[in-house]
Design a protein around this ligand. Structure first.
Ligand SMILES: C[S@@+](CC[C@H](N)C(=O)[O-])C[C@H]1O[C@@H](n2cnc3c(N)ncnc32)[C@H](O)[C@@H]1O
Length: 272
């Protein structure tokens, strides 16, 4: 479904060859698009991002810069055909994963299977929403966002509007990955807070809030829930560990178990 779009995007970026390094052009293109999207809605880091944007676009002549919006248009066409990790596929198509010291992204079909297993049945999702208002998920090494996109699609497939009932926190140590994920999650209108940081040490450097996060008032929704359900924080940690150590069981109890919907439902899903 996405292959022709990925090929077209790869062909666009290859036009910068041999004058420019493909890995650098790809990274700059992703960052420029991410900043353009963020600065249209998020005022928090507007000035430094604007300066960074001007710095990036100042590095290239007009014929190279014109490739960036063309690539964005092709990405929009691809995501209109259906959700997926289009930029992750593009990264591999351009063979950039070798240059990035083996940064392999999960094939989207696999992400879909894992997301379905993590999410569980429609009944479980309904119970989570009934108990907590919405579902939250954590992706500590998000790459271009494959697992997050798959989770949103899996939620949509069982009849839930992920734009209203899902919030994702996603981290990656590589700013390029966060820019890719930010662009895709923004276009799919997934409420998310993305961070450039080290999930192991807990050191965070940069915050990116998708337009769906800002327009949906998610900062307030999340802090309100935290105030009303402070005890659930402990359960949340336990769930995260359970999901991380036993992925085959998923974070949600199987729906056929008696009384599944009356149990205390996990508050946060772990995409790991
Ligand atoms: C194998 S990729 C998987 C990406 C994504 N989860 C997927 O399924 O496509 C692993 C990602 O983890 C990131 N990463 C590695 N060490 C990390 C750390 N300590 N904290 C956060 N991210 C990290 C890498 O930059 C890379 O994007």
């Amino acid at each position: 479904m996405h292959k022709p779009h990925v090929k077209a995007m790869a062909a666009l970026l290859r036009r910068s060859q041999p004058r420019y390094d493909l890995y650098t052009v790809f990274g700059d293109c992703m960052e420029a698009i991410a900043i353009a999207m963020a600065n249209s809605i998020d005022l928090r880091a507007r000035a430094p991002r604007e300066a960074r944007y001007l710095d990036i676009v100042g590095r290239y002549p007009r014929e190279i810069l014109e490739l960036f919006p063309q690539l964005l248009a092709e990405l929009v066409r691809a995501l209109e055909a259906g959700p997926g990790d289009v930029l992750g596929s593009l990264f591999h198509e351009l063979d950039l994963h070798s240059k990035a010291r083996g940064q392999y992204f999960t094939p989207y079909a696999l992400s879909r299977c894992m997301a379905q297993a993590t999410l569980g049945s429609r009944e479980n999702v309904e119970a989570m929403i009934a108990q907590h208002g919405f579902v939250t998920a954590m992706e500590p090494a998000c790459g271009a966002g494959s697992m997050v996109i798959a989770l949103a699609e899996a939620m949509r497939d069982i009849g839930h509007n992920y734009q209203r009932h899902l919030h994702v926190t996603a981290i990656d140590i590589d700013p390029r990955a966060i820019h890719m994920a930010y662009v895709q999650l923004s276009l799919l209108h997934i409420p998310a807070h993305l961070m450039v940081g080290n999930s192991l040490s807990g050191e965070m450097q940069d915050n990116w809030f998708t337009p769906a996060h800002i327009l949906g008032g998610w900062t307030a929704r999340l802090s309100l829930r935290q105030r009303h359900e402070p005890v659930a924080e402990t359960a949340q940690r336990a769930t995260t560990v359970t999901a991380a150590t036993s992925p085959s069981q998923g974070a949600v109890p199987p729906s056929h178990e008696p009384g599944a919907s009356q149990r205390s439902m996990p508050r946060q899903l772990s995409l790991f």
